[in-house]
Design a protein around this ligand. Sequence first.
Ligand code: ZN
Ligand code: ZN
Ligand code: ZN
Length: 159
Amino acid sequence: MATGAASSSSLVVDEEDEILMLYGSESGWVEPKTRCDHLVSLSSDLTHIPTPDTPCNRCQHPTENWLCLCCKEVLCSRFVNKHMLEHYKLTNHSLALSFSDLSVWCFSCNAYLDAEVIMPLQSVHFTAYILKFNEPPPLRAMECVQITDNRADSSTSRN
Ligand SMILES: [Zn+2]
Ligand SMILES: [Zn+2]
Ligand SMILES: [Zn+2]
């Protein structure tokens, strides 16, 4: 009886590649996106928002909750009772601001958004920052924010 060593040379698909594609680089740090197609669902009044110490509306978890930027509900994170994630699944409200680090997450993009660059998010980020730290955020590269309207770059000869 020849006991052949089972030499099944079937190709094993490397699942890790797929995981990397889904979750970004191994470092865990992914550049926040500077644009998002889901901003239309933002609340029209983001100047009045709950304070960062507001507990989760569902389970009363006291800290590090998320603010829905569409309906301003405060809900806990996926590391607590996943109430914000649940809220997104029920309502399709994609945009949430973290009260722990003031980052903005888009569930539809599955990515962080750069709230200091994306115009419609600037004011709510600013407001949340003041509520949390009692002072305005440090100014970052002003050129990014300024709106200049000099599209006609005429060839004026300066002396
Ligand atoms: Zn988005
Ligand atoms: Zn909760
Ligand atoms: Zn909502």
